[in-house]
Design a binder for this molecule. Sequence first.
Ligand SMILES: Cc1cc2nc3c(=O)[nH]c(=O)nc-3n(C[C@H](O)[C@H](O)[C@H](O)COP(=O)(O)OP(=O)(O)OC[C@H]3O[C@@H](n4cnc5c(N)ncnc54)[C@H](O)[C@@H]3O)c2cc1C
Length: 382
Amino acid sequence: MNLELSEEQTAVRALAAEFTDREIVPFAAEWDRAESVDRSVIGKLGKLGFLGLTIPEEYGGSGGDHLAYCLVLEELGRGDSSVRGIVSVSLGLVAKSVNSYGTEEQKQHWLPRLTSGEALACFALTEPGTGSDAANLTTRAVREGDHWLISGAKMFITNGTWADVALVFARTGEAGHKGVTAFLVPTDSPGFGRREIHGKLGLRGQATAELVFDNVRVPDSARLGPEGKGFTVAMAALAKGRMSVAAGCVGIARACLEAAVGYAKEREQFGKPIASYQLVQELLSDIAVDVEAARLLTWRVADLIERGLPFATESSVAKLFASEAAVRAANNALQVFGGYGFIDEYPVGKYLRDARVMTLYEGTSQIQKLLIGRALTGVNAF
Ligand SMILES: Cc1cc2nc3c(=O)[nH]c(=O)nc-3n(C[C@H](O)[C@H](O)[C@H](O)COP(=O)(O)OP(=O)(O)OC[C@H]3O[C@@H](n4cnc5c(N)ncnc54)[C@H](O)[C@@H]3O)c2cc1C
């Protein structure tokens, strides 16, 4: 694997860094308190091509490779995980699935809208009763001629109240993963209800929602991929999605490192900057090692994808390590800040709150361990 960035990758990273410093960092605390990022940021992300990375230009995408995508997500994640998550879901989980599994008509209809930021997408897999056990979802889609009627509920859906289209996974057949089909459901469809979930520990700037489907009618042309193959669509999306969560975690850990190093050099105790104490340097170096290790694991996934090699287990490894590393990094950074880390005038408390969910969504740390264990032994321990 070549660790040297190409000219194009270097340029896209610089663009994302500059955008993050100008359009995100100054507002992140305000958005967190207001429980909403400024929605105008979506159009700006679209304009820069950040919502179209890896999508072919003929569908409005900005091309680029998966490493460029990780570089952009690291920068956005450094600024605000809420913004990074909007991109990871709308582009990473939905637009990429449309690109991989969609008909020509679906690609032409949705991709230019999603890549420009004119429309936003959400990924609706989790239900109130099925989180880790997603294959047992109970939302139903019943065929009625050349249409489907969808009924059920989804829980914790990122972008849920903002999205124009939901990628919905519903049961159309037998129990278990073989009976699931994916649908692209416009959120203005009659019978589609949504309610924002407030009071989250972190990612407060993001619209996380509960969705309700009351006989939502969609044509068969809204089906994404073959009948009964919805779980394959979901798992393929999440395999790549875990890389994008990992890239966002590298961004959080880096933000923690930069904040903690800066503070340690300024803050004086016992007549000297706290950076001059070995135990403080230990905290800083632990964060630095986590940043580097998480980044290399993440880049390895991008490299495997580009080379057309299997990457799902490596993506679980990267997501597991990077998410736990981001929590550790934020906790260490908070320690460096002392009592000031505990108030929201300083950013590290938010980094810790935002990092915490990374070990939960797109498969908890326990689920990643089971996936890695299954790959190692061939034994399914779920
Ligand atoms: C802010 C936020 C945003 C989210 N965004 C989305 C989204 O956009 N789309 C979407 O579909 N979902 C989304 N989710 C849902 C997320 O993916 C689920 O919360 C996650 O999969 C865990 O499911 P659960 O919360 O039901 O926990 P559960 O599955 O009930 O797990 C509870 C605990 O049991 C453990 N556990 C479960 N099964 C096993 C097992 N077999 N072995 C060992 N331990 C086990 C888990 O690791 C966990 O510790 C989001 C969640 C949050 C909090």
